[in-house]
Design a protein around this ligand. Structure first.
Ligand SMILES: C[S@@+](CC[C@H](N)C(=O)[O-])C[C@H]1O[C@@H](n2cnc3c(N)ncnc32)[C@H](O)[C@@H]1O
Length: 319
């Protein structure tokens, strides 16, 4: 069988940001190893590749075999970061968020409304809760809240009601229920009506925003002073979280209301707003379309956990 293909996004930009020559890099979303391979090719001394998907990890390990012990695959989630790093010195952390083509394009994994498969969506197939079992555990208010948090919009309750009435167990059934529940005035040619519902469910099944919330301070903590944190985001929810973390660190953990100039930054964004892929790349790789690469350099040691907890609490209260 042909090897699954996942075209890595903004590889040149990631390599440029990390300056990997002789450095020790933690790739927390190693996937099929596209970014890891480029970093190793460019001279990284070590790439630790973390992923919660054992199949991806197996394929990455095979692909990167030639690099010997310069590549270290580790199964786990963002919450395991401190354990994975231990006392080691880390010069760069990279995160390429979301799902890989291995997951999205494989019908049996149940991520895509374009492919018929079980309603699964687990990045780690051994995790206890699939999308179908999550749906079966929710009432109308619970599912409405899940869809609202996934920014499905004003149709959240209507979708929740329709989904719970039909209780779909396959991707096709869920897509059909959502299409039928979408009023004609809300249908657009730009986006399939099920896009945001599938994304909201996927985010919940894999606790993606909770994982990202835990990742950011742990990655900052693991970095040497001068080290680089590079995060590729694909939708506004994850992008806003990363931006907020960078802002908290830029203020040295001081509250948002603290006047500028009265704090010491412990992180510097480079560039401030991040970078997006070139038109050429988007034409070659449609998955890059919504990507934004946010890069920052650690300037000093700091305990950002309390400030970050406060920030996330405020953010959740606003949503
Ligand atoms: C977009 S893909 C990465 C692709 C990779 N950069 C490449 O070039 O092949 C994201 C990967 O991160 C993994 N992942 C996402 N969230 C994770 C988490 N919280 N903990 C561990 N792995 C995660 C997914 O299983 C998936 O394999």
């Amino acid at each position: 069988m042909a090897e699954p293909i996942h075209l890595p996004v903004m590889v040149a930009e990631v390599v440029r940001a990390v300056e990997p020559q002789g450095r020790r890099v933690l790739d927390v979303t190693v996937g099929l190893g596209g970014h890891a391979a480029a970093l190793l090719d460019a001279g990284a001394a070590l790439v630790i590749g973390l992923d919660r998907d054992p199949e991806a990890l197996h394929l990455a390990a095979r692909r990167l075999e030639a690099f010997g012990d310069r590549f270290e695959p580790v199964r786990g989630t963002f919450r395991d970061l401190a354990r994975v790093v231990g006392a080691r010195r880390i010069d760069a952390v990279i995160a390429d968020l979301g799902v890989s083509s291995l997951q999205l394009d494989h019908a049996q994994r149940g991520f895509s409304f374009r492919l018929a498969g079980p309603l699964d969506m687990r990045m780690d197939p051994e995790a206890p809760t699939s999308a179908a079992s999550l749906l079966a555990s929710l009432d109308e208010d619970g599912l409405t809240e899940l869809l609202r948090r996934g920014e499905v919009g004003p149709l959240a309750r209507r979708y929740a009601r329709a989904i719970l009435a039909a209780m779909p167990t396959t991707t096709e059934q869920l897509a059909e229920v959502v299409v039928e529940a979408t009023p004609p005035s809300r249908r657009t040619t730009r986006r399939h009506p099920a896009t945001l519902v599938f994304q909201a469910l996927r985010l919940a099944v894999n606790d993606e925003l909770g994982q990202l919330t835990a990742l950011l301070p742990a990655a900052f903590e693991a970095l040497e002073v001068g080290g680089v944190l590079a995060v590729l985001t694909y939708h506004s929810l994850e992008d806003r979280l990363v931006k907020r973390f960078f802002e908290v660190a830029e203020r040295g953990g001081a509250p948002r209301t603290t006047p500028a100039g009265s704090w010491t930054s412990v992180l510097e964004r480079r560039p401030r707003r991040g970078v997006v892929p070139s038109d050429d790349e988007v034409a070659r790789n449609p998955r890059a379309r919504s990507a934004r690469l946010r890069v920052a350099r650690k300037l000093a040691v700091a305990d950002l956990a309390p400030a970050w907890e406060r920030e996330v609490h405020e953010w959740l209260a606003l949503r």
